[in-house]
Design a protein around this ligand. Structure first.
Ligand SMILES: NC(=O)C1=CN([C@@H]2O[C@H](COP(=O)(O)OP(=O)(O)OC[C@H]3O[C@@H](n4cnc5c(N)ncnc54)[C@H](OP(=O)(O)O)[C@@H]3O)[C@@H](O)[C@H]2O)C=CC1
Ligand SMILES: CC(=O)N[C@@H](CCC(=O)OP(=O)(O)O)C(=O)O
Length: 350
């Protein structure tokens, strides 16, 4: 272990992504949290808003000031909304910090596509070009030594981990992929809205942003690069009355005549030596509780010989592998530390 710890700061530490970063970074052997930052509550102790942190994280919230943060920290995580991150990133880079951004701002490489789906201005061209898309298990993804990492979206993480090996191998036809994705309510953040209102959400199950979700271009961008040609997908998101978890159920026509055992072997090989992707045995499909609180993505399969289609089911915890956990995995890889450092938390079960 490094006797001198790397200093980290978190902007948006009062949100769900930020407070999940604190849960993991607090026990990470290589780092020390030196600043928790809030635009709306600076000067107040962190534990005033989060009683579960009393005695653990009583430090006062700092304001948003890149020059001051640079005196206290080496790396800054931005757990801020899209549109906010793109304003902050250039300031933190300019101040000399390494930046890991959890928002969608730097994921889409084409600015006009970003503006079409996110409905606000794209980030400045220089930082957009510098940003590396941090889906950790993507082949050839090298973030070591980089200054700016764009952490993937929660739905794209589960979906891409479920589709990439099949698409890259050419075993999955890319013209008819359907993704049916479900998320727990923490995916919408800590802010209150009618959508997350208890009476609207409890004992309810609803689709939203059908064909309009901002994660569609992110998924298509990565799949298109893997396939070597443009890929379009049908993507439907649903809100489930649970706190954490994403299940992405994907359907595609198969190309070639591979058995279910061969599909499982293809995925095992693709993710060999990757600590956080677990491929289920034949006939075993993962559930969200089996990864809750952990950085795992679990994937199961069902091949239907009758229809020639495969069903691929991937689950993650949206706040961990879908946000804070993957951001820390990216920090580990950026810094040249073992990628599982500080992330060996078991799922919370039951
Ligand atoms: N929740 C999830 O499962 C996932 C979230 N993400 C992304 O991570 C980011 C954070 O999400 P999440 O934690 O859920 O959202 P929350 O709404 O829970 O938190 C967002 C935080 O951003 C801070 N913030 C808002 N405006 C500003 C501003 N102008 N300057 C500085 N800080 C600001 C707020 O803190 P304060 O008012 O104290 O400054 C707030 O605590 C988002 O971009 C989201 O899309 C990505 C993957 C999964
Ligand atoms: C349940 C829920 O509302 N989820 C959010 C996920 C948002 C998110 O994580 O946003 P980015 O990944 O784009 O930053 C949504 O569907 O918009």
């Amino acid at each position: 272990m490094n006797p001198v710890k790397t200093r980290v700061a978190i902007v948006g530490s009062t949100g769900y992504g930020g407070v999940e970063l604190i849960r993991f970074l607090h026990q990470h052997p290589e780092v020390e949290i030196t600043s928790v930052i809030s635009a709306s509550s600076s000067g107040k102790p962190m534990s005033a808003q989060f009683p579960h942190l009393i005695g653990v994280m009583d430090m006062e919230l700092d304001g948003v000031d890149a020059a001051k943060t640079a005196q206290k920290a080496d790396i800054v995580f931005l757990a801020t909304p899209s549109g906010v991150s793109s304003k902050l990133v250039p300031q933190y880079l300019e101040a000399g910090l390494k930046v890991i951004d959890l928002s969608g701002d730097y994921r889409i490489k084409d600015s006009s596509t970003y503006e079409e789906w996110y409905k606000h201005d794209a980030p400045d061209a220089a930082s957009l070009e510098e940003a590396v898309y941090g889906l950790c298990e993507l082949k050839g993804n090298d973030v070591q030594g980089k200054r700016l990492i764009s952490n993937p979206g929660c739905y794209p993480t589960a979906t891409l981990l479920g589709l990439l090996p099949g698409v890259e191998a050419g075993w999955l036809a890319t013209d008819s992929i359907i993704i049916d994705a479900k998320s727990g309510v923490s995916g919408a953040g800590r802010g209150t809205s009618l959508t997350s209102h208890y009476a609207e959400m409890n004992e309810n199950f609803k689709a939203y942003k059908v064909n309009k979700h901002q994660h569609i271009p992110e998924i298509e961008q990565v799949l298109g690069a893997a396939a070597g040609k443009p890929v379009t997908v049908t993507f439907t998101t649903h809100l489930v009355p649970m706190t954490r978890g994403i299940m992405s159920t994907m359907y595609g026509s198969t190309a070639g005549n591979h058995s279910e055992e061969e599909w499982i072997e293809l995925y095992r090989e693709y993710y060999r030596d990757r600590p956080f992707v677990r491929i289920r045995k034949q006939g075993q499909w993962p559930s969200t509780k089996e990864v809750a609180g952990s950085n795992y993505c679990d994937i199961g399969f069902a091949l239907d010989a009758r229809t020639g289609r495969i069903t691929i089911i991937a689950v993650i915890d949206n706040l961990v592998k879908g946000a804070a956990g993957q951001a820390i995995q990216n920090m580990n890889r950026m810094m040249g530390w073992a990628e599982h450092t500080g992330l060996n938390m078991l799922p919370v079960y039951p």
